[in-house]
Write a new protein. Structure first.
Ligand code: UT7
Length: 322
């Protein structure tokens, strides 16, 4: 039987960290460091320069993941990029990344759009491709220049997000590495978190910026993340006690703590990067995974759960054994 297993991870954050005070002063916001820290847990975020594209961040993260896996570009036979901020309407960011990585074997490359759940979706898709036997080495990336869609005059949303990319190499294996995945979407909640504008006839129609009903998103995020955690454990025939580490989407420390409490996890059993990175949407889960592996919290043989929640409304989880 063929399974898939993560063989390497990489992450990349553009430029220097920007503190709450620097952001407030730079953008002229009516806010405070205290408000942002207390309500969200965020102290810093990274923001890409105007000329930096999502594929540039993805390239850095993917290159690091390839080194960690001991692989070359041409070993890759599938590329999936989860992003809400693609370089352009088309071609896909995955195809642009394929060109930048000099992958010349004509392997399939495509984007996945599930906003902050994007990486969890993409990993589940790559796992299924590999278990089909048709692919052996997938590059799965979550990458965003989310600052492109922020309205800097809307203090209720612009202080929350940052830019970045995380990547994994997922390879065919005799031993299971992705133990179970669960994906969900409920489009009836599409209005609570969206960037509703579109391009038509050379003009932007509607509002191109991110809009959010923060409290509605907060409640739905806590409930859906907690429920999907139970669901993915039950699908794998495991229980909360088997779990070593939770790697949740990094939207707000209060959401993360609420989910960790539901799973009866101690403080050392969940990864928090939101304080240093803000919410990097599809990049947040693979960046947190990479951080946990590189600092030694997640080691071979350990069981970790990744959870995504975001616009759509989408949510999902992957249970992985390293
Ligand atoms: O990937 C998923 C993406 N999104 C999320 O996960 C967001 C989930 N939601 C949240 O994290 C929280 O709802 C927020 C952090 C967005 C807001 O926290 P809250 O505790 O729900 O605050 P609130 O919306 O109830 O606002 C409280 C007050 C309001 O003032 P009034 O009406 O009480 O006078 C806001 O206008 O805080 C005000 N406020 C701010 N004040 C200073 C809102 N944003 C700011 C700000 N600085 N940046």
């Amino acid at each position: 039987m063929i399974f898939s297993r993560i063989s390497g991870t990489g992450g990349h954050l553009p430029g220097n960290p920007i503190s709450n005070e620097e952001l407030i002063a730079g953008k002229g916001l009516d806010s405070s460091d205290e408000w942002i820290r207390v309500r969200t847990g965020i102290a810093y975020r990274h923001l890409a320069n105007a000329g930096t594209a999502t594929s540039d961040l993805a390239l850095e993260a993917a290159s690091r993941a390839l080194v960690a896996a001991g692989r070359n570009s041409d070993d890759i036979d599938l590329i999936i990029v989860a992003t809400t901020t693609p370089d352009m309407i088309f071609p896909s960011t995955a195809a642009i990344l394929q060109k930048k990585l000099l992958v010349t074997n004509a392997c399939p490359a495509f984007d996945v759009q599930a906003v902050c759940s994007g990486f969890v979706y993409a990993l589940s898709i790559a796992d299924k491709f590999i278990r089909s036997g048709e692919h052996r080495c997938a590059l799965v990336v979550g990458a965003e220049v989310f600052s492109k869609i922020l309205d800097w005059s809307d203090r209720t949303s612009c202080v929350l997000f940052g830019d970045g990319a995380g990547a994994v190499i997922l390879e065919a294996s005799d031993e299971p590495g992705i133990l179970a995945s669960v994906l969900h979407s409920d489009g009836s909640h599409s209005g609570i978190l969206s960037a509703p504008g579109c391009l038509s006839g050379g003009t932007i129609l509607g509002d191109p910026y991110l809009r959010m009903d923060g409290q509605a998103v907060f409640k739905l995020a806590v409930n859906s993340a907690s429920n999907v955690a139970d669901e993915v454990l039950s699908k794998a025939g495991l229980s909360q006690a088997d779990l070593d580490l939770l790697i949740p989407h990094q939207a707000n420390i209060r959401i993360i703590q609420a989910v960790a409490k539901r799973l009866a996890l101690s403080d050392s059993q969940f990864v928090v990067t939101v304080s240093e990175q803000g919410n990097t949407s599809a990049a947040s889960v693979p960046l947190a995974l990479d951080a946990a592996i590189r600092d030694g919290r997640l080691r071979e043989g350990m069981l970790a759960m990744m959870i995504g929640v975001g616009g759509g409304f989408t949510w999902g989880a992957n249970l992985i054994k390293l």
